[in-house]
Design a protein around this ligand. Structure first.
Ligand SMILES: [Zn+2]
Length: 500
């Protein structure tokens, strides 16, 4: 079964209403594991960051990591959740080869944080995403299947297991079902994960690197016919590990489920795998029969009971959160909503903030980052943040433009030089002889030449067709190799021809 979609996206969302839900796993940036003192460094020698507790050896006892509790409370407070005054960990029983204890310590019916929300901006629409719960659990180890073509267990010669990640603290943030977003559902899913990632980064509780797996998403999608009061059966696409993939996975599931429903079929409740290469999902484990994990309160741990004073202390220590910061910067910069959205989408908010802090006028700096530099990043297939230019350099170019020393064309040449590693903007201006010719004497010589060479254009302007002056400005720019101050040239041409 290929599972390729047969219904276009537009058709699908014209007949069906999607409901999405997101479960995000976040690896906390604590220095030691959830229930022991083993270090959490990424990329250590296999099975070197382990101890009897995280290996589940008989007689070892777990102890809760206080910092992990504190980080989880920070996340809960930033997501407007209620913080439990008393809750317990639970034992989730299932067999898994890379889980040494054969159970996972998690939270079940008593999560640490419940019932919050996160506002997500899509274009000019704000969608309030409800947060069901934020709870703590431990990560499992990692299997490596050696031999065979696919890297999967089937066809492998043997398997290796690395327990370094077993016991790393994981926070799971679970949304309530999000409905009513219609065709925007995939974009809302992506915007939510982006907002959550930025929030977690601001809280300094995780390095939130999706490519290293420290932030990963399970994406739930269901469809119901428009106007239906009941939601459809949902599928759960597991371990989606980039923002773009979150959007693509929801989009594909909407198309696929619409095709199933159109064909009179029924959507099967199951987990699915997302494939980066072709943007499709394929079935994993069926969830038609609920698994019995035999949860029970973890007998080796005392309950967690954060005092009100501690919670309030944590609340008071929260940093400025991304939404508040963005609103403040927008007020300070005086930029319209659309600019702020564009800056956010390009990941350029911090770049602009640093450029303005280095002395650039906000609108000038915005033009450079969202215009010329975005185009360069796009052309070279890199991120804006990865371009070899610093906010301080962009600030200097902005200042030179604002002072009339550079026009747009010359500013581009200076940026060329900076990106090519030729030095600071001032060094490049000096070395390449780039400066606007605004000295009237030099300009007038070029203007008189242009008038003499184009008498019929000059005559039009004399007779009142002022728009024709643009042609002469172009000729002056050519003659000065783009170094003339175009606005001043325009003024002087009109003056010369009796039109000012
Ligand atoms: Zn350990």
């Amino acid at each position: 079964m290929t599972d390729l979609a047969l219904v276009s996206y537009d058709e699908a969302v014209s007949r069906y209403e999607p409901v999405i839900g997101l479960e995000t796993h976040v690896e906390l940036g604590t220095t030691s594991k959830m229930f022991c003192g083993s270090p959490t460094a990424f990329g250590a020698e296999p099975n070197s960051s382990v101890c009897p507790v995280c290996l589940g050896l008989p007689g070892s006892l777990p102890v809760v990591n206080r910092t992990a509790i504190e980080y989880t409370i920070r996340i809960g407070l930033a997501l407007n959740c209620s913080i439990a005054s008393w809750c317990r960990f639970a034992r989730k029983n299932y067999f898994y080869p890379d889980m040494p204890k054969n159970f996972q310590i998690s939270q079940y019916d008593e999560p640490l944080c419940t019932d919050g929300w996160l506002d997500v901006t899509v274009g000019e629409t704000v969608v309030r995403v409800g947060i069901e719960r934020v709870h703590l659990e431990e990560d499992t180890g990692k299997s490596l299947h050696v031999g065979g073509a696919t890297g999967r267990i089937h066809g492998a010669d043997y398997s290796l297991v690395d327990y370094n990640r077993a016991g790393i603290p994981l926070v799971e943030v679970v949304t309530k079902p999000v409905d009513g977003t219609g065709a925007l559902a995939p974009v809302v899913a992506r915007a939510y994960v982006t907002e959550l990632r930025d929030l977690l980064r601001a809280l300094d509780v995780s390095d939130v690197r999706m490519e290293e797996g420290s932030l990963r998403c399970d994406v739930n999608t269901s469809l119901a016919p428009k106007g239906s009061a009941t939601w459809g059966t949902r599928t759960e696409t597991k371990n989606v590990n980039s923002l773009r993939s979150v959007e693509r996975a929801v989009r594909f599931e909407i198309e696929r489920q619409a095709a199933v429903l159109d064909g009179g079929g029924r959507v099967v409740q199951e987990t699915r795998h997302f494939h980066e290469d072709n943007g499709t999902t394929t079935p994993g484990r069926s969830k038609e029969e609920a698994q019995d994990y035999r949860y029970f309160p973890e007998p080796d741990l005392v309950p967690v009971a954060p005092s009100r004073e501690w919670v309030e202390e944590i609340r008071a220590s929260l940093p400025e959160l991304p939404a508040a910061r963005q609103a403040r910067l927008q007020r300070e910069w005086g930029l319209p909503d659309l600019d702020m959205v564009a800056l956010r989408n390009a990941g350029a908010l911090d770049l602009l903030a640093e450029t303005v802090a280095a002395g650039a006028p906000p609108d000038q700096a915005r033009n450079l980052w969202l215009g010329e530099l975005s185009r360069r990043a796009h052309d070279s297939g890199t991120e804006l943040t990865a371009l070899p230019v610093t906010p301080a350099q962009v600030a200097r170019v902005s200042e030179l433009v604002a002072a009339g020393m550079l026009n747009d064309r010359l500013a581009r040449q200076v940026l060329d030089g900076v990106l090519a590693g030729e030095g600071s903007p001032d060094e490049i201006v000096a070395a390449r002889g780039l400066a606007v010719v605004s000295d009237d004497g030099a300009l007038l010589a070029a203007i008189d030449d242009a008038i003499a060479a184009n008498p019929e254009v000059a005559e039009k302007i004399r007779s009142g067709k002022i728009a024709a002056a643009g042609f002469l400005v172009g000729e002056v720019m050519k003659a000065t190799r783009g170094q003339a101050d175009a606005a001043r040239a325009h003024e002087l041409i009109l003056e010369r021809l009796g039109q000012s």
